[in-house]
Design a protein around this ligand. Sequence first.
Ligand code: HEC
Ligand SMILES: [Cu+2]
Length: 326
Amino acid sequence: MAALVLVLVPLALSGCAGAQNSLNPHSHAATDIANLFWWMMAIAFGGLALVTGIMVAAWFRRKQPDEEHAGERRGNIVVLALGIVMPICVVCALFVVSDTLIINVTQAPAASSTAMTIHAIGHDWWWEFRYPGTRADTADELHIPVDTRINLVATTADVIHSFWVPPLNRKIDTIPGQRNRILLYSNELGTFRGQCAEFCGLQHAHMAMLVIVQTKAAFRAWLRNEAADARKPAGGPALAGENVVLASCSSCHTIRGTSASGYVGPDLTHVGSRTWLAGLSFPNRRAWLARWITDNQSIKPGNQMPEFHFAAGRLRDVVAYLESLK
Ligand code: HEC
Ligand SMILES: [Cu+2]
């Protein structure tokens, strides 16, 4: 029973599964990182096996009382070779491999080698993504075309965060006043999860993102829609909701094509087309949106949006408007 617990608990805590797994690489940079991990793991286990083997052998060949000092000299040489010389060689080899091979591959790409640039901006506690050359500005869902080298520029609007999408590449910190770059690339269609990897305050754990890798045509269509202004609701509850949102929410949120131009929270121009909101804290569904507006401090305690206690009818209008922003 104890042995079973010892095996199962680390497996459960390791979290090696799902869409945020650096051992399930989808780019050559991530493949190299995963390979380095497996090599280091293999060498470490080789070292462990060797040391354990020597300990077991020493137990069987331990001195008998009548051979006090026999073999001491040879023992010293073994300690010197296995305990000092070999670790130095192994660590140096790993350093050279990771420094010359892995760091080079995962390094910021030469600007001329990439097909497009995307800006990732960390905020307490959500991710903003901009596509220079267009007006597209979105949050927490980063769309990219497949098989395309992207120059990802990571900056911050407040404190230090770290942009990390484990299946695609290593982490890159967002440092105030500095632009850090990393190559973003995926060789496969799919949705990968990323996470802020630098403690940035109360809701650091709820600062996640999705990277949605699309075919080039689907990506272009998405970007065209994302760059466009918000569509004016034709009528009904969505139109009534627009007035409430412009009056109550525009100091913090931008809705392009309207008077709302705040920059404290995410751009809501196409919020209706996202699948998860607020750093992937809740799915983009009607009941959750209503709860977010009235009760967001219980969903994401400490987040910088105030709660609004609208009457039921108004709340329904506001939600209808948000949902119309496709
Ligand atoms: C004082 C500034 C402020 C005001 C006013 C404000 N918000 Fe927010 N809002 C935020 C911040 C900050 C976030 C991001 C919170 C987080 O994820 O940590 C946010 C997030 C959201 C999100 C999630 C968006 C996404 O893509 O993740 C929605 C939806 C939203 N707000 C709707 C509203 C509505 C509707 C109103 C008006 C009734 C409103 N907000 C008023 C600051 C504000
Ligand atoms: Cu963060």
